[in-house]
Design a protein around this ligand. Sequence first.
Ligand code: GDP
Ligand code: ZN
Length: 450
Amino acid sequence: NPLRYPESTIAAVATAPGRGGVGVIRVSGRTLLPFAEAISGGKRPKPRYATYTDFYDANGDAIDNGLMLYFPAPHSFTGEDVLELQGHGGPVVMQMLLSRCVELGARLAEPGEFTKRAFLNDKLDLAQAESVADLIDASSATAARSALKSLKGAFSHDIHELVDHLITLRMLTEATLDFPEEDVDFLEAADARGQLHRIQSELDHVLAHAKQGAILREGMHVVLVGEPNVGKSSLMNALAGDEIAIVTDIAGTTRDTVREEILIDGVPVHVIDTAGLRETEDLVEKIGIERTWAAVDKADLALVLVDSRSGVTTSVEALLERLPPALPRVTVYNKVDLTGEAAGLIEAENDTAVRLSAMTLEGVPELRALLLKAIGWHGAEEGLYLARERHLDALRRSRAHLDAAEGSYQQIELMAEELRMAQSALSEITGEFTPDDLLGVIFSRFCIGK
Ligand code: GDP
Ligand code: ZN
């Protein structure tokens, strides 16, 4: 079984850090049977069965006891021999077991290295490998379900189908090139143009789905502007309803106090509160403020919350002037229950505006719909798959080459070249033509043990 990956055996704690009932160490390598025997005091594990055993150190003293699972190559996650050691989930025990694995010749796995080996051994394509990370990082049930769809290959399947159809068309154009007596008439007779149009519309369909998937993954970034007591917290609760965002700490980042995350229809909404944006001499605070401004620059829209009774005040106006001019704005007049005005959309000049009450909730559904419409979310339809900006970029480039191919229909050589490039852009998604440095970037963003 000629594996495409280097000899080394890798090991890592696969469960989350901290204490838990069970902790799992994952080991992957070329031949792990001797390894398994050494750590279990001579037990020979039966493939895919749980073996109850003590785990021993070099002196033959027991470190822990638990279960050992052995998945021989190639029927494992990585495609190599994989060993799972399930011990007691305490940090000290896990560390001792991991050290023992290193003694036995393993080295510590890099972030995403198990998934990378799975990719290199053709167990997963690149889009599937990425969805492993997306599934783990999912912040809503909708996002998790969509990531699982991608992981099981729904997205890759659509891409492969597009590539298949492109190859059929390319065979036709290449044949025309090989036989000079054949020409455009030959392509016409074979309905090359019709084939091209069908591929274009299939690609548009995939792109539309992938765009929705990208929204679900990246979410919406909203800048919240409003004076104290206008109802910012109340509005966030009203918008979120019963949906609870699962906020995971990403390794290496400190959580920002000015950020909040809510879910609207399964779409993560990252809220940047501008309350902290005031003049200050405090150095730590200054750094926080700089970071907030940087986030404001990348936001999708500003939500300007005011009290219906006082309207937009001068201090809110002053802050609005400092926001990027191109940033779309939605003005929300809160507390209509106190003024007796009708809740709902207001026809305003340039801004979009809504009257509502965060207390009685009238007008809140209109605002939710408005926000979702602003980022182009159509709702979680059946068959949605999670996608990344990288995928959208490849799909758009492929689409541009298809257009160019259509434009050069009379020059078959040019058309053939455009079709070739359209195919290679698509193949970047599943990883057939992905440069090594990009692979490095993709896998380094995983957590260790994945
Ligand atoms: P924040 O300081 O902007 O976050 O404002 P809060 O959400 O804490 O609300 C300030 C006060 O206004 C609280 O007493 C809320 O109960 C009240 N409040 C918020 N929204 C409404 C509303 O729509 N109607 C009424 N009557 N009171 C509201
Ligand atoms: Zn569809």
